[in-house]
Design a protein around this ligand. Structure first.
Ligand code: TYR
Length: 475
């Protein structure tokens, strides 16, 4: 039952390292790219309102549940869930929560690698621009100093028109992810997260201040924080907001179970989970406050979809003093933020394959990397060669979705919440109460409140939103 290399043997070197690595998993393209995209497509304020509400009442309690399953089990996600079930005298079939999660995470990584490939493209183009300026001995000005804003907004369409380049960038990102995971989580991830997350945070705040001063900050605030509740009662908004809460906090896929497994016994899981949830949500809101002022001042449409971040920020760097260097740094840090998340996406299946099939970590990482890359081609090419394919026209809300949108939507709106639903029922009702309570590190009214949220609010709310998402006509 215990694997040859139990993941429990690896340890974060401190509580701070655990917080930073888990925050590194949570903070990524989900905050920078997906949050503004989803907020923009779902009408802004109403989406943001429910997103924050769902983080507080559903996602944060689930985050604690996942980390405690991992810390208790100290095995792969599936192994840890089965272990807690057995110890509670319940069927190990409850590890289904982690099976669903493993499938979801692997699918998420397929398109995550594609978007991260776009980031790499911008690292390259802002980098060439920066070093070209320096080589020519010109003073540092904005990014892409010799283009117009219209020219910059064509960078994405031009990239999409070049499938070979898209796929090459995606391949680079998947190879890097495989490389770090193959080397083992602790050395690579921990080292990267400890330095890069703080640097990333400072730069993001600087860009937001710039956007607030030069962009249309008032319009952005109104858009993000004035909820139009009539809009919110459209079923898509609720399931998108819930899906975003799961996606952004790396919940449902098992990443937090996996990282919890490396935490030491004296880490207080309750307070740590609170810190992670707060940090992740703040980064999403700040990213929104960096992007939307530019959207409105440049005259873009907020519902532009997945390309929004890549069309707004380069335009801001264009006019920003020192934008050549800020733009380059931003994409470099976005790249690292993506990498600290993608590593956690791949880690789940790799830990399981090594535990189950006694494969070496390197072989498991390479094997999963090949699968992820191959399936990811569908998403990468859905912006050009496969643009006409509609893989799941029979699912309500996905009639017109191509491969990229379909895989993104199915994973975050369906699979992650489904895994979360099973987790909430398992932790709230099935798992041994004393064991679970002791793992939380909570006591008194906070423990009572958490138990109420996980046993009642999470299952009922997630189930209701799943049903509404599948049968929108019910609302
Ligand atoms: N939370 C990550 C981000 O925001 C993405 C992610 C999603 C990571 C699910 C892990 C996971 O299990 O970029």
């Amino acid at each position: 039952m215990i694997a040859t290399t139990p993941p429990g043997q690896a340890r974060w070197s401190s509580r701070a390292a655990f917080v930073l690595a888990a925050t590194g998993s949570a903070v990524g393209l989900g905050n920078l790219w997906r949050f503004p995209t989803e907020a923009g497509m779902n009408g802004g304020g109403a989406f943001v309102f429910f997103y924050i509400l769902f983080v507080a009442l559903i996602a944060a309690p689930l985050l604690l549940s996942e980390t405690l399953i991992g810390r208790h089990g100290q095995r792969s996600t599936i192994g840890s869930a089965a272990y807690l079930a057995r110890q509670s005298g319940a069927s190990p079939a409850w590890s289904a929560l982690a099976v669903v999660g493993l499938i979801a995470n692997t699918l998420i990584l397929t398109f995550y690698g594609v978007v991260a490939g776009w980031v790499i493209y911008f690292v390259g183009s802002t980098g060439m621009d920066l070093f070209g300026t320096i080589a020519a001995g010109q003073p540092l000005a904005g990014a892409y100093a010799d283009s117009t804003v219209e020219g910059i907004s064509l960078l994405m369409p031009n990239l999409f028109a070049n499938p070979g380049l898209l796929v090459a960038m995606q391949a680079v990102f998947v190879v890097l992810t495989v490389w770090i995971v193959a080397r083992g989580v602790k050395g690579g991830i921990e080292a990267a997260a400890v330095w890069l997350m703080p640097a990333f945070f400072i730069l993001l705040i600087a860009i937001t201040i710039y956007a607030a001063i030069t962009g249309d900050f008032g319009a952005a605030l109104t858009f993000l924080f004035t909820p139009d509740f009539e809009r919110a009662l459209q079923p898509g908004v609720l399931s998108s907001a819930l899906g975003q809460a799961f996606f952004s906090l790396s919940l449902g896929g098992g990443a937090m179970i996996a990282y919890g497994a490396y935490a030491s016994r004296d880490t207080n899981m309750g307070s740590t989970s609170g810190v992670i949830a707060f940090a992740d949500t703040s980064v999403a809101i700040i990213a929104g406050l960096a992007i939307f002022p530019i959207v409105f001042s440049v005259g873009l449409q907020p519902d532009a979809g997945p390309t929004l971040m890549f069309q707004t920020l380069p335009a801001a760097f264009h006019s920003m003093p020192g934008g050549a260097i800020v733009g380059f740094l931003f994409f470099v840090l976005a790249f690292f933020a993506a990498l600290t998340s993608s590593v956690s996406l791949l880690e789940i299946s790799v830990a399981w394959v090594t535990e189950k099939f006694r494969m070496t970590r390197v072989n498991a990482a390479v094997m999963m990397g090949v699968i992820v890359f191959a399936v990811g081609l569908l998403s990468a090419l859905s912006f050009n060669i496969l643009a006409d394919q509609r893989p799941i026209p029979f699912v309500p809300g996905f009639e017109n979705a191509g491969w990229f949108d379909a895989i993104d939507g199915i994973t975050s709106r369906l699979l992650l919440p489904l895994s979360g639903l099973i987790t909430a029922i398992f932790i709230g009702w099935v798992a041994d109460r004393k064991l679970v309570n002791a793992e939380t590190g909570l006591s008194g009214p906070v423990l009572v409140a958490w138990r109420f949220l996980i046993a009642w609010v999470c299952p009922l709310a997630v189930a209701a939103i799943l049903v509404i998402g599948l049968f929108p006509s019910l609302l």
